[in-house]
Design a protein around this ligand. Structure first.
Ligand code: G3P
Ligand code: CA
Length: 269
């Protein structure tokens, strides 16, 4: 079984609700955070981007089209990129109806609203800087929102927050600005590059399809910037058989749209 950053004891991997409990509620909404909480899931993952007028919002795609009614509300604004809409415009959109009528009226949360809900629910946050190349300075800005919400105090940075990205530059920047904040790199760097990554990232978080026992043990062999073995959180695993196989690789976490299914398969954090 996997180690965890907190205890170092043998136990199941940490279960992370991907975009919230997104198999059961519309992804990246407060409803998906609450659904994870209802299921007793402590960690939620989200995706952070920036509006035209500089507000940080939680959405996966760089376009609003798939997960909101933006095409109906603003028919002339193709291709409906987040960065081309103001926060006030985005606040008008319905981000729930596409998923199910019972979620009609769910909104695209601002990062501030999102963090406040995670705090309210006593949950923990795996925050992804999505497409950071589109949003210069988003690292500093995200840290500022987190600081304003009280999320950069010792208690939060020690065990309730990880900032991850597919961009190594972006998480290196986060590490340089606020070394106390834990970071994760989304991808599978060659083992020969792991010593460099260990300088600025606590986690190597690969697609589960690219994992092997030996890769996980290679990652664990390096000490991350906070003096602990680098961890591996694998995504996105939604079935019990795959979850058991990946847990058998000794991963530290599994990121899943169906956190109840994965927890049942691999045991609790
Ligand atoms: O947390 C890992 C996972 O979210 C990365 O892929 O496309 O779902 O953001 P994506
Ligand atoms: Ca993500």
């Amino acid at each position: 079984h996997a180690r965890t950053a907190q205890s170092g004891e043998d136990e199941g991997p940490t279960v992370v609700a991907h975009r919230g409990a997104s198999a059961y509620a519309p992804e990246n909404t407060l409803a998906a955070v609450d659904k994870a909480a209802e299921l007793g899931i402590r960690w939620v993952e989200n995706d952070v981007q920036r509006t035209r007028d500089g507000e940080l919002v939680v959405l996966h795609d760089d376009s609003l089209r798939r997960t909101t009614d933006v095409e109906e509300v603003f028919p002339d604004r193709s291709p409906w990129k987040v960065k081309d809409f103001t926060a006030a415009e985005i606040a008008r959109l319905d981000a729930g109806s596409w998923f199910g009528s019972e979620y009609a009226g769910a909104r695209v949360p601002t990062l501030k609203q999102y963090v406040e809900r995670v705090e309210h629910n006593h949950q923990k946050l795996l925050l992804e800087l999505k497409n950071p190349q589109l949003y210069p300075g988003i690292e500093q800005q995200t840290l500022k929102v987190l600081a304003n919400e009280g999320w950069l105090d010792r208690r939060h940075v020690a065990g309730r927050l990880v900032v991850q990205s597919f961009s190594a530059d972006s998480i290196r920047t986060v590490h340089e600005i606020k070394p106390a904040v834990k970071t994760g790199f989304l991808g599978t760097p060659p083992v020969s590059d792991l010593p460099e990554y260990a300088g600025f990232t606590d986690q190597i978080n690969p697609s589960h399809g690219s994992l092997s026992v030996s890769y996980v043990s290679s990652v664990h062999a390096f000490t991350g910037p906070h003096g602990r073995p680098m961890e591996v959180f694998a995504w996105t695993v939604d079935d019990a058989a795959t979850a058991r196989r990946i847990a058998g690789y000794d991963v530290d976490g599994i990121i899943t749209n169906k956190p109840d299914v994965v927890r049942e398969a691999v045991g609790e954090e």
